[in-house]
Ligand binder design. Structure first.
Ligand code: ADP
Length: 628
């Protein structure tokens, strides 16, 4: 008999599992029953389209057999079973399960924490068993196999006898720890303990979970009692989404979520939908409290589980969720979905389209309600998934902006707190006619931008755009409640009074020469050099003409495969109230060389303030020394 080794990752998890603290151990039963139920789901689904299965729904069941004398606990299902290869693949490795990956990325200090909270699956059996034996016969296979392991040493696979299709998992329950009251593994052989664990964790399983229970009754015509055995179905079999909302507590929803969707934290929000009318369906929709580690990557797969009248027909149905709500987890169960619908047909199915529209509306309404009534949680949600909403606005040429724009939050100069666009507009003072925003890497960066000074001085609030998608999304919105969006860096802010404007224009005419010399000194890097009345303390700043801002150009140029670099139309603005202005004027016509050098210095300074790279740091540094 050949002894095979577990893959490295599995070994680590097994180690953790075996040494996990006792209080978490009871979840092994939930995990094994959940696997059994999944296997039955698969075979039952198949029976609907494949006559060779020859089983009715009522034939399917999970049996639990507790043998106190032998100290074994058996979990038996008549589901799809596993082939030899599947035993090898599924029970020899857990590399796919993602839990360890999560662990290493988050450096969780406490191993036990994962065990208790993750769906750790099959391996949890080793928390209570010294040996695990899996006998399985796959549907359609003519041989059965037995997989056996005593833990980290590895496992064996051999042929075995098994008449019926399905899987039987036999646990040799660990001996009790005499020194520790808490480690009484015999508990897991007690019928009452098992029954209560099933009620607690597996009640919603949609196939019967049965166990022979010893009971006693009074003999007829006598005072004596006799023992008898009754095969009892221990779960109610009503899936949680079919239950009445007022029978369910938050905890029920949360436990179900963690179990089904492999998250170890409670979701931020759940909504339970019973929809009747043109389309009838039940749905459970959850908003996770944090983004999965691969959320903003290509690997992440969106989708809801799809059930047709209680039968799982698709683990992840993408068509039920628009991309901008891809963070939602949950399921939809409908009588109106045809059982043998194929993936391709789903997209064209009118019922499915109606359901997905309705699901989308529900999510939108739930989020709006949360924003209104539970701001704290909404902000948490937004921290995790707000980026996705912004991408949603930007994608498909702004097609979804009406759905999404009121769900956006931005930090703003108003106490640096989150604000919605509607709140911003409500706060706009008389005289302000656009929505101002400023872009930068961070709030601190933005607040130090000279361009914000004039806007703030007017008493106008500024939205802080710190995600690179922000400006792109806003360009798609174009307006919000008839108000234009305007970057504080735009060349045409129009904030000056008539008086200021006249004065600036006079000064500009007077310094026409000098500004021209300065522009030429910058050798095509700026479209023009102008005087500005927006600057208060800073000598210079950059502004942009046209639609493309410097931040946007920076983002576009950072994209892979961008090829040619894109330039924003920049304008160097000069503060005529700053002492440097007089200095420059003095140089004009007397020392044009120096004026040119000063121009370069000022331009680079403006770039630095803007958070943009300077083209030639060495030349810049040499220039500083030279002028010093
Ligand atoms: P998960 O259930 O999260 O995929 P597990 O470690 O619990 O992870 O199980 C690994 C795989 O082994 C399952 O995905 C399934 O393919 C297979 N498996 C486990 N138990 C059974 C069973 N009772 N019947 C059929 N296949 C099973």
């Amino acid at each position: 008999m050949e002894q095979k080794q577990f893959k490295a990752e599995s070994k680590r998890l097994l180690d953790m599992m075996i040494h996990s603290i006792y209080t978490h151990k009871e979840i092994f039963l939930r995990e094994l029953i959940s696997n059994a139920s999944d296997a039955i789901d698969k075979l039952y689904f198949r029976s609907l389209t494949d006559d060779s299965v020859n089983m009715k729904r009522s034939d399917f069941a999970i049996d639990i057999i507790a043998d106190e004398e032998e100290r074994t606990l058996t979990i038996r299902d008549n589901g799809i079973g596993m082939t030899k290869e599947e035993l090898e693949q599924h029970l020899g490795t857990i590399a796919e399960s993602g839990s360890l990956q999560f662990k290493s990325e988050n450096k969780m200090e406490d191993d036990h924490q994962i065990i208790g909270q993750f769906g750790v699956g099959f391996y949890s059996a080793f928390m209570v068993a010294s040996r695990v034996t899996v006998k399985s016969r796959a549907f359609g296979a003519d041989k059965a196999y037995v997989w056996q392991s005593e833990g980290t040493d590895g496992y064996t696979i051999d042929e075995c006898d098994k008449e019926t299709v399905g899987t039987e998992i036999i646990l040799d329950i660990l001996p009790d720890n005499e020194e520790n009251e808490d480690e009484k593994y015999s508990d897991f052989l007690s019928q009452y303990r098992i029954q209560s664990l099933i009620k607690r964790y597996s009640d919603y399983i949609r196939f019967p979970i049965r166990m022979d229970m010893k009971k006693s009754r009074k003999k007829e015509d006598s005072d004596e009692y006799e023992e008898y055995i009754e095969n009892v179905t221990m779960n109610s079999m009503v899936p949680i989404w079919r239950k009445n909302k007022n029978e369910l507590k938050d905890e029920d929803y949360n436990t179900f979520y963690k179990d089904k969707f492999n998250d170890y934290t409670d979701p931020l929000h759940h909504s339970h939908v019973h929809n009747e009318g043109t389309i009838t369906y039940d749905a459970l929709l959850y908003i996770p409290s944090r983004a999965p580690y691969n959320y903003y990557s290509k690997e992440y797969e969106k989708g809801l589980q799809l059930y047709a009248n209680g039968v799982l027909i698709m683990e992840r149905c993408e068509d039920l969720l628009p991309d901008y709500f891809s963070f939602v987890k949950g399921l939809v169960d409908s009588e109106d979905v045809s059982l043998n619908i194929s993936r391709e047909m789903l997209q064209h199915d009118a019922q499915m389209r109606a359901i997905s529209k309705s699901v989308e509306r529900t999510i939108k309404n739930e989020l709006s309600r949360m924003l209104k009534n539970d701001r704290e949680n909404y902000e948490k949600f937004f921290e995790a998934f707000g980026l996705q909403l912004k991408y949603g606005i930007y994608s498909d040429y702004g097609m979804h902006k009406d759905i999404l724009q009121d769900l956006l939050l931005f930090k703003s100069s108003n106490e640096k707190k989150y604000t919605t666009l509607a709140e911003y507009v409500d706060r706009m003072p008389e005289g302000q006619d656009c929505i101002y925003y400023a872009s930068g890497e961070s709030i601190a960066r933005i607040e130090s931008l000279p361009q914000t000074e004039a806007v703030k001085e007017k008493g106008y609030e500024i939205l802080y755009f710190t995600d690179s998608v922000d400006e792109f999304a806003i360009k798609m919105l174009m307006k919000y409640k008839e108000k234009d969006f305007k970057s504080v860096s735009a060349n045409d802010l129009n904030l000056e009074t008539e008086e200021e404007k006249t004065k600036r224009e006079e000064q500009e005419t007077e310094s026409k020469d000098m500004l021209e010399t300065m522009k030429n000194a910058l050798d095509g890097k700026v479209a023009s050099v102008k005087l500005s009345s927006r600057l208060k303390t800073h000598p210079v700043c950059l502004s942009t003409e046209g639609d493309l801002s410097m931040e946007m150009a920076k983002t576009l140029n950072a994209m892979p495969g961008g090829g040619q670099q894109i330039q924003a139309q920049t304008v160097l603005e000069l503060n005529p109230t700053h002492p440097i202005y007089e200095t420059l004027k003095g140089l004009n016509g007397t020392d044009d060389e120096k004026l040119k050098k000063y121009s370069q210095l000022l331009y680079n300074q403006a770039l630095l303030i803007e958070g943009m790279p300077i083209e030639d740091p060495v030349a810049f540094s040499n220039l500083i020394c030279e002028l010093m």
